[in-house]
Design a protein around this ligand. Sequence first.
Ligand SMILES: [Zn+2]
Length: 327
Amino acid sequence: MIEKVLPDIYRIEIPLPRSPLKALNAYLVKGQGHNLLIDTGQNREECKQAMLAGLKELEVDLTRTDFFITHLHVDHVGLVADLITDTSCVYFNQKEAQIVNADKADLEKRWQGRNVFYESNGFPRAELEEALNKHPFHLYGLRQHIDFVVLSEGDVLQAGDYSFSCLETPGHSLGHMCLYEPEHKILVSGDHILFDITPNITYWPEMEDSLSKYLTSLDKVYDFEVDITLPGHRKSGKSHRQRIRELQAHHQARANEVLSALEKGRKTAFQIAPHITWNLNCRSWDDFPAPQKWFAVGETIAHLQYLEKKGAIKSACEDNQILYSLA
Ligand SMILES: [Zn+2]
């Protein structure tokens, strides 16, 4: 499905079957010399067919198209290898380019390290394996080295009549980047700001206290004058400022749920997660599919690190289990 969102800017909806996200929004900015395609979809046939059909309808010549990837999640970067040509530039951030292009052994080591950490947070081994086997990274990830062109804060990308400035917005991911177009007051928000769902803020081995980083990045974007926000999933909303306040309140409420869960004694992150209100179509925590438990526990750990940094809670390690309690 294609929607014209602004002159020369089109939203191409890329389906994400069986994902709670439902679809990815890729944005095509048409230019006289080169087009710019923002985000791509997962490395799977359903995404590829939808993208190719959309590009055909928009009469896009891929030999005259560059790519900007907001962040490393596979629904954004996964399909890019299938779309690039010898003349394409793929713009990306430094930190995540390193992870995406790491060799197999290093990637395996990174996953193993995360497994050990999740187990020490109480995640049962068998469920952990099931969650990781079904993780989108392993199913639909990029399978090819890409020579990314690395961008950082303030770098400018020109496409058509638009001049996009890069904004570093870490939090949802390590090196997440938004684009801001000052003349037309457009914010391409990736997964930093979503309107009818909340971006997942999780544990990152390379980023301590990701929730604080995320909240700081929300404050940063709040100050920009924005008439239209183009999010990575679902529909756009009216006011980015109103949404930022809602997202901040959401994380405060979630942090309070963590504190309440600890009132009756110390717990692992895995034991705290069922006490949090998750926006998922399941009757109870036990009904959560293993991959959703993995995302929920990651988000719980992010809130625990945030609260510990603030001094509201403390942690202790006993028998390889990290136990949290009120400070
Ligand atoms: Zn994402």
